[in-house]
Design a protein around this ligand. Sequence first.
Ligand SMILES: Cc1cc2nc3c(=O)[nH]c(=O)nc-3n(C[C@H](O)[C@H](O)[C@H](O)COP(=O)(O)OP(=O)(O)OC[C@H]3O[C@@H](n4cnc5c(N)ncnc54)[C@H](O)[C@@H]3O)c2cc1C
Length: 385
Amino acid sequence: MRYHDSMKKFDVAIAGGGLIGGAIALELARSGLHVGVFERQEPGQEASWAGAGILSPAPENPGMIPTVPLCKASLELYPKFVAEVEEISGQNAGFRPKGTLEALFSRNAREELSTLIAVHHGLGLKAEAIRAEDARELEPALSEEMEAGILRPDEASVDNRALTKAVLEAARRSGAEIFPDCIVEAICREEGRENRCAGLLLKNGRVEARWTVVAAGCFSPEIRGAERYAPVSPAKGQMIALRADELKIERVLWSERIYLVPRNDGRILAGATIEYVGFDKETTAGSIEKILSAAIELAPGLAGARIEEMWAGLRPDSPDHLPILGPTDLDGLLIATGHFRSGILLAPVTAKLIREWIGEERVSVEWERFSPLRFGTQSTRRTTA
Ligand SMILES: Cc1cc2nc3c(=O)[nH]c(=O)nc-3n(C[C@H](O)[C@H](O)[C@H](O)COP(=O)(O)OP(=O)(O)OC[C@H]3O[C@@H](n4cnc5c(N)ncnc54)[C@H](O)[C@@H]3O)c2cc1C
């Protein structure tokens, strides 16, 4: 649907039609609000398309520990979220609640294992130490060089491309209006009320809304007026899709260097790099070589796999690598970005939080750590249209 001025009033205007904007639109439309999503290209073609779709609350480094409760809450919401999205959209999202298995290769695997298990249990995450033989019984594709494994039975994966498409369709069917080719230039302040956000300024018009949500991924700071609350930057990730018909992988497999994610259609995704190189989305020989050698180290049978696709996407990373969620000091303006490596996982809880802020002005999950006001910015300057 093309946007034109006669459609300009909404309860909620969302800038960005990725999985985060789509999930918020679905949640809010289902609660009876009139929602407009404004997307500068075809919806769902950026990070939400490029991701691997692993649903794992386990922190990959100590800096990610503050997100664990939020990630756990979102993982718990996933089965119901997917079931509702599939029912409303009539599309399959490729949800695989089969657990994940991490292979340890180091000589000190046993010591490493007990530390890792203790860390998981300390964070309330289910994790079991398993012997290499038992791991290979579960996943025969795993390398014989592995020393030990960690099974996380509650973790899962989803086909994020299929999910994003289904979420956007479900949002549409629930009454949200999604407008492609609509570049959001700025947030608007209300005439005479400087501390109130009144909607969005588009390249081709204006949108009035009681609430405005910025969910434009790593591009959010390009929206004038949002940059102070959403100082995110792109963290590039390169990925490869492989196909090896004779190799069966059931669960997401990890090593220190890589993950492998099986899809229902038989593809095996391998990824991903983390590179801070601006908005570049090229795949490069050096990174692809690293991904392939780590993939073959983890599952040697992949040496004979066909390469079906290679791509790169841009994760929205914040200065402290934590998500940026919630209300700002401008009445009516909320931010939902900075999900970095966990935006597919965090989509359901993000949508829930935004609905709670809008509908009830209080939320059921601890979120202060993620406030858009933590970057020490004051809204004293008029930067918007
Ligand atoms: C290689 C890779 C692997 C990943 N793996 C995982 C994983 O396994 N698990 C996980 O949970 N997460 C993963 N992620 C992270 C996850 O993909 C992101 O955190 C998530 O997709 C962010 O969603 P989003 O909707 O905020 O952003 P996006 O999907 O980038 O959507 C933002 C949208 O806003 C639009 N937009 C931007 N500027 C404007 C504007 N001015 N006006 C209008 N529209 C605008 C864009 O076109 C885009 O469609 C991965 C990411 C990458 C790149």
